[in-house]
Design a protein around this ligand. Structure first.
Ligand code: ADP
Length: 597
């Protein structure tokens, strides 16, 4: 939370005016025909509105003199104009609003498409809740802009300029009388408008921040409660929300002042003009009809101006929102697919090699998580990675999935540098069982099928059997179709792991990456998980970040990591015979209680 105002300030420094809205153009371009229709409707209705006062003047001036038929004609014409206005307005509303909804739906999808593919370095910088807030709140602002504000702004601009032109045609003197205050009205709008824009961006930043915080706290509600941290969590959320309110309140205050200035100026002008107009009518310089026509134009022009100031700040808010979305859309990803990826061999053998790999996490550039790491895993081999916590074992898996790139050295898959391959192309051949299995809020069956969406029910069940998950799944109230809750809250740790293993089995990839759970399971779950892992690692290249001696002993080879470097490689017996870190770890750390012989 502490760095929120800092990033907000950075954002604001970058903040450009309304021009930021131009970034929306690529999203609107495909719907040119809708824009054209909306634009036509808009111009027609504005012209109709501008023509109406003329009809009114004719009616007023000919009230006493004209023949009844002529007067009837004028009334009929006015009615016709009103009908056209009604249809035109309805058309404008329909196309403009539809365009807004369409474009915003496209933007939401584009942002999600982009973000879901971002490498982890991106998520280290931004909270997921914040991304969500941008997808929801910021797009809503854009919706209001495209779906109405822009069309209201255009309409009012047309009315404003058209009205002024017609006023000048009607009477130059009276026009000057009404128009001189406009520069005085516009000046505060520009000054205060800037302030509104800045405050609204601040407000949005705080909202995004509070969503980020809330989602994090809600996702860990149990931990919050277990540590009786509710009070602090509430205070923190309250503070952030309050910050967003304060920014909003300042924005509203500024807008209120702006509105007061505009209304007073506008009405002063109208009063002044009426004063003068009334005396002109008396002295016969103008007709009553002209005065009425002029009056209506004045009100229309003033109304248009008021609407424009109102919309202006809306547009500015939306410009801020657009900026943030564009930021997400154009965020650089440290890891990208090559422009011309290498052709993958027809059959993947599953050979893995690290060649003198050095690596530091982008968020901690000074600390080498891997330092000169070289090793090779033959196809079908099972290799256990062991070492104290923080030694770099999980980092190996992260590089192997190319979530990050090494600073120097190479990571290869069947002899090809991962950086020369399309990521989806090699990830397809890897099955990951993460330390903390990720279970989605869906049925157990869908969770397993996540590994291979086109798998049949029979395949899913076969995978579950191999993962020793079949029995407990059948015991659930609705079997495989039981809903397992958000993040699998309705399952035990061991059950979640077995579902994750079933998912990996179903993926049927030549390479298995397994980050063994550090949490101890009960003996029975442990055995079930162990036998599932054994099944899974047969005939596959397997890399296991191992925490249990039983797993380690079954591996063909063991790589011992220490502070980002390889301390030793060998079989269990070799390494025990060597003494050193491995034998100490075997005695101390491995958690299955068997002390190394
Ligand atoms: P192990 O799996 O052996 O316990 P890791 O590979 O997870 O260790 O971590 C190696 C080192 O990298 C540790 O010092 C850890 O603090 C650091 N590290 C891990 N993930 C990140 C990250 N996303 N950003 C910065 N540093 C990280």
């Amino acid at each position: 939370m502490a760095d929120a105002p800092r990033t907000a300030e950075q954002d604001r420094a970058k903040s450009k005016k309304i021009s930021a809205l131009s970034a929306l153009w690529p999203f609107m371009k495909p719907y040119g025909w809708m824009i054209a229709l909306a634009g036509t409707a808009l111009v027609i209705t504005a012209c109709m509105s501008l023509a109406l006062p003329m009809a009114v003047r004719r009616v007023v001036d000919n009230f006493d003199v004209a023949e009844t038929s002529l007067l009837d004609g004028y009334f009929a014409a006015a009615l016709g104009l009103a009908a056209l206005l009604a249809v035109g307005t309805a058309m404008r509303y329909y196309f403009v609003t539809r365009l807004g909804e369409r474009v915003v739906a496209d933007i939401r999808v584009a942002v999600f498409d982009r973000v879901i593919g971002m490498s982890p370095a991106f998520f280290e910088r931004i909270m997921t809740g914040e991304v969500l807030s941008r997808i929801t709140t910021d797009t809503t602002l854009i919706l209001s802009v495209i779906g109405s504000s822009v069309s209201i702004a255009l309409r009012n601009t047309l009315i404003f300029f058209g009205g002024i032109t017609l006023m000048l045609i009607t009477s130059v003197k009276m026009s000057l009388m009404v128009l001189w205050p406009i520069p005085i009205i516009v000046f505060p709008i520009i000054i205060l408008g800037r302030r509104v824009r800045r405050l609204s961006k601040e407000n949005q930043d705080w909202i995004a921040q509070s969503s980020g915080d809330a989602s994090e706290q809600l996702l860990s509600a149990q931990t919050v409660q277990a540590f009786t941290h509710e009070a602090q969590s509430r205070t923190k959320f309250h503070d952030v929300t309050e910050h967003s309110f304060v920014a909003a309140r300042r924005r509203i205050g500024t807008r209120a002042i702006l509105t007061a200035i505009v209304i007073f100026m506008a009405f002063s002008a109208i009063v002044g003009f009426l004063w003068m107009g009334a005396s002109d009518v008396r002295s016969g310089i103008i007709t009553v009809g002209e005065l009425v026509q002029f009056m209506i134009y004045t009100i229309m022009v003033a109304g248009a101006l008021a609407a424009l100031t109102e919309i202006w700040s809306e547009l500015q808010r939306a410009a801020g929102a657009t900026e943030r979305l564009v930021e997400l859309l154009s965020a650089d990803d440290a890891v990208t697919d090559p422009a011309a990826p290498l052709q993958a061999p027809a059959v993947r053998l599953g050979e893995i090699a690290f060649e003198d790999v050095n690596f530091a996490y982008p968020s901690r550039p000074g600390v080498r998580a891997l330092n000169g790491v070289s090793f090779k895993v033959a196809p079908g081999e099972t290799v256990a990675l062991v070492g104290p916590s923080g030694a770099g074992k999980t980092t190996i898996i992260q590089l192997l999935l190319r979530f990050y790139d090494p600073a120097s050295g190479r990571v290869t898959f069947d002899g090809q540098d991962l950086r020369d391959l399309e990521r989806a192309d090699f990830r397809r051949h890897m099955a990951l069982v993460p330390q903390d299995p990720v279970i989605f809020a869906a049925s157990a069956r869908e969770n397993i099928r996540f590994g291979r969406p086109d798998a049949s029910d029979a395949d899913v069940e076969a995978a579950a059997k191999a993962a020793a998950a079949h029995e407990f799944l059948m015991a659930l109230p609705e079997g495989y179709d039981s809903y397992v809750g958000e993040r699998g809250v309705m399952l035990s740790g061991g059950q979640k792991q077995r579902i994750a293993i079933a998912r990996a089995i179903l993926r049927d990839a030549p390479v298995l990456l397994l980050d063994e759970a550090t949490s101890a399971l009960d003996a029975e779950s442990e055995r079930a998980v162990q036998s599932a892992v054994d099944t899974l690692s047969q005939d596959r290249t397997t890399l296991i970040v191992a925490h249990r001696l039983a797993t380690v002993k079954k591996a063909d080879r063991i790589i011992v990591f220490e502070e980002g470097q390889i301390a030793a490689i060998g079989t269990h017996d070799d390494l025990v015979a060597q003494g050193g870190l491995y034998s100490r770890l075997a005695k101390l750390q491995f958690t299955d209680g068997i002390v190394a012989e």
